[in-house]
Design a protein around this ligand. Structure first.
Ligand code: CMP
Length: 397
């Protein structure tokens, strides 16, 4: 005998079940009456009538398979249990941004249920590989990082899929496993492609960090794979860590000459997206000829900038010549981002080095106004190279 499951029934019951687990009401029947009455009222208000797309306002459960929202409503009991939410369907649009009860400066141990999406070993390996260079995860400790990995879920995309639409509320943060994605921003009503992610990187952090609408549309150019992280886990772990990062880096960032012309709020946004990377003595940080995807500010230690020699004899044995050194507060790796050319030189750590790293998209978005200062440097670099190699070098685009 075959039984046809009515459209929307699964989501309806899932929503109710999740709400019961969150709120733990003493009387399930009474709670069901209230829950479904509220749902019916909301539905008749928005006039949609569609059960599967039923949208609850405020802190209610999001339907359509939206990952469970775990914001605290202030009167829940402590619950540290792991929780397996319904698998999120592909691109659910978050219905409304509710004012999160979460305070990033609050140092108290969190009591939110953890989101866990079980994974096979093979999935976990792919996930770990995709996340290893994600700057936003670099400030997490091991336990926090492992909670992030537990909460992530796989999302497969097809060409022309809109992973994010500008103006929507933010539901998930995404890490790219593979695929090419256009970044499209509306300017005066016209969509402009302002950049592209090419098989690596992450996006979708801004709406979750600042409770703002999505700032860009992200469109898959080919078949691809992403890993999503739900809003509640992102805020609980990443945003909380950013509050600490701000305290640690506020003064240092203020002292970096390049960033002096920025407003305080702009500098803080830089702190929010930067990652921290450590390098050992002699380690190569960037390599001449490579495609550039980030920019560095030295926090401690010294960095040696080396260029393959232009003189014939040296060129044959591929010798490198030291052209500059950078120490605390100085930056490198900006030239290729400003000129859109491959790396013009390599950089090596001298002793232990700690660098702040900003990826190319954040660089474009946040440091646009500093580009003029950086461009002025190009003439200076060219003069240095003429002095070293005796011939002119065109570093510009
Ligand atoms: P969010 O606003 O949550 O969703 C769209 C994402 O696009 C945004 O976060 C950033 O992660 C990413 N993005 C990349 N480049 C830009 C840009 N120039 N302007 C706005 N968003 C960008």
């Amino acid at each position: 005998m075959s039984i046809e499951i009515p459209v929307g029934l699964t989501e309806l019951l899932q929503g109710y079940t999740v709400e019961v687990l969150r709120q733990r009401p003493p009387d399930l029947v009474e709670f069901a009456v209230q829950y479904f009455t509220r749902l019916r009222d909301t539905r008749s208000q928005d006039g949609s009538g569609a059960t599967s797309a039923a949208k609850t306002g405020g802190k209610g459960v999001m339907f359509d398979g939206e990952p469970m929202q775990t914001e605290s409503n202030g009167d829940e009991e402590d619950d540290d249990s792991d929780f397996e939410p319904p698998p999120p369907s592909r691109f659910n649009r978050r219905v409304s941004v509710c004012a999160e009860a979460f305070n990033p400066d609050d140092d108290e141990e969190d009591s939110e249920p953890r989101v866990v999406h079980p994974k096979t070993d093979e999935q976990r390996c792919r996930l770990q590989e995709a996340c290893k260079d994600i700057l936003l995860f670099k400030a997490l400790d091991q336990e926090q990082f492992s909670q992030v990995l537990d909460a992530m879920f796989e999302v497969l995309v097809q060409p022309q899929d809109h992973v994010i639409d500008q103006g929507d509320d933010g539901d998930n943060f995404y890490v790219i496993e593979r695929g090419v994605y256009d970044i499209v921003v509306q300017k005066d009503g016209v969509g402009c492609c302002v950049g592209q992610y090419d098989n690596k990187g992450s996006f979708g952090e801004l709406a979750l960090m600042y409770n703002t609408p999505r700032a860009a549309t992200i469109i898959a150019k080919e078949e691809g794979a992403l890993w999503g992280l739900d809003r509640a886990t992102f805020r609980r772990l990443i945003v909380k860590n950013n509050a600490k990062k701000r305290r640690v880096y506020e003064l240092f960032i203020e002292s970096v000459p390049l960033l002096k012309s920025l407003e305080i709020s702009e500098r803080m946004k830089i702190v929010d997206v930067l990652g921290v990377k450590l390098f050992q003595d002699g380690e190569r940080i960037i390599m001449q000829g490579d495609k550039a995807d980030c920019f560095y500010i030295v926090e401690s230690g010294e960095v040696k900038i080396m260029m393959k020699s232009k003189t014939k004899a040296d060129r044959q044995d591929n010798a490198e010549v030291e052209i500059a050194r950078c120490s605390r507060g100085q930056y490198f790796g900006e030239l290729a981002l400003v000129t859109n050319k491959p790396r013009a030189a390599s950089a090596y750590a001298i002793g232990d080095v700690k660098c702040l790293v900003i990826d190319i998209q954040a660089f474009e978005r946040l440091l646009g106004s500093c580009k003029e200062i950086m461009k002025r440097n190009i003439a200076h670099y060219e003069e240095q190279l003429v002095a070293l190699f005796g011939s002119s070098v065109d570093l510009r685009d």
